[in-house]
Ligand binder design. Structure first.
Ligand code: SIN
Length: 277
């Protein structure tokens, strides 16, 4: 299909769906549409993708350079593709809380290309929240204060030894020694859109630089509650072949864990990013 017939339709709260785009056979104009939509809306949703792992890798590479995630189990033959998997006998899922990937890196991953391989009969949706909109809705006074602040982000408490995953049946994600930390502005200028974005998240932000943990939690707690108001959130229902491509700088996501006793498998490719200002 040509660009003339394809358009991104904003989805409630966050993101946009592009109907009729076949990622395995995308034109340059299709890729440009995906990139523009990502910069503006934070997530692109595609349906009915029939991609082999090789095709998913080739498609992802056209959206952005691939970076291999340190912690996630990889598919046997393709190190670029991480398995986001929950077996029927497991009770903990991966990504089951609000977060944005890799904020603990100096140059956080730009985004991810997540393809649903096997989905439960119901449940297993993913929530996406729009951090442009969350920032825009704050008062001018709070925005001005936030723009003077930096926040510290860490990974050890999630992926290190004795981390939150360690005592669960997803312990394969824990026990890592390579656990980076980074400091980023609380409000960043998005590298592609030039718009301001709220850049803290409940999973990896530990505190505001120069503030105590207690002081930090009071402010961060307010922002976290604000950022997931229903008007900023889209709930995406997966079927095998559904794909979400998201921008980590302008969105958060949260994988719902409401399908106990059923299998869910997603193939995730992470896209490399730049240092944030
Ligand atoms: C993640 O990358 O956090 C997992 C998202 C999902 O499984 O829906």
């Amino acid at each position: 299909m040509s660009l003339a017939t394809l358009a991104a339709r904003p989805t409630d709260g966050c993101g946009a769906e592009i109907e009729g785009l076949d990622g395995a056979r995308a034109s340059d104009a299709d890729i440009e549409l995906i990139r523009d939509t990502l910069a503006q809306r934070g997530v692109v949703f595609l349906r009915d993708q029939k991609m082999t792992p090789e095709e998913q890798i080739a498609f992802a590479r056209r959206v952005g350079p691939i970076v291999v995630n340190r912690y996630f189990p990889k598919t046997e033959r393709y190190p670029e593709i991480a398995k986001v998997e929950k077996r029927a006998d497991q009770t903990t899922n991966i990504g089951g809380g609000w977060h944005t990937d890799h904020s603990y890196d100096e140059a956080p991953a730009m985004g991810s290309v997540l393809l649903a391989v096997e989905t439960p009969p119901s449940g297993g949706d993913t929530l996406f929240a729009d951090m442009y909109a969350a920032y825009d809705a704050l008062s001018d006074g709070l925005k001005a204060t936030l723009e003077t602040l930096k926040a510290h982000h860490a990974s050890a408490h999630v992926f290190g030894e004795g981390s939150v995953y360690a005592a669960t049946d997803q312990a394969v994600l824990a026990g890592h020694k390579d656990t980076p930390e980074a400091v980023h502005p609380v409000v960043i200028v998005h590298p592609d859109s030039g718009k301001k974005v709220l850049y803290v998240n409940p999973a990896f932000t530990t505190h505001i630089v120069g503030w105590t943990r207690e002081e930090s939690m009071a402010l961060l707690g307010y922002l976290y509650e604000h950022a997931i108001k229903p008007q900023f959130v889209h709930r995406f229902q997966w079927k095998p072949g559904s794909m979400a491509i998201w921008d980590n700088r302008s969105t958060w996501h949260h994988a719902m864990n409401d399908y106990q006793g059923h299998y869910r498998l997603m193939h995730r490719i992470t896209l490399d990013g730049v240092k944030l200002n």
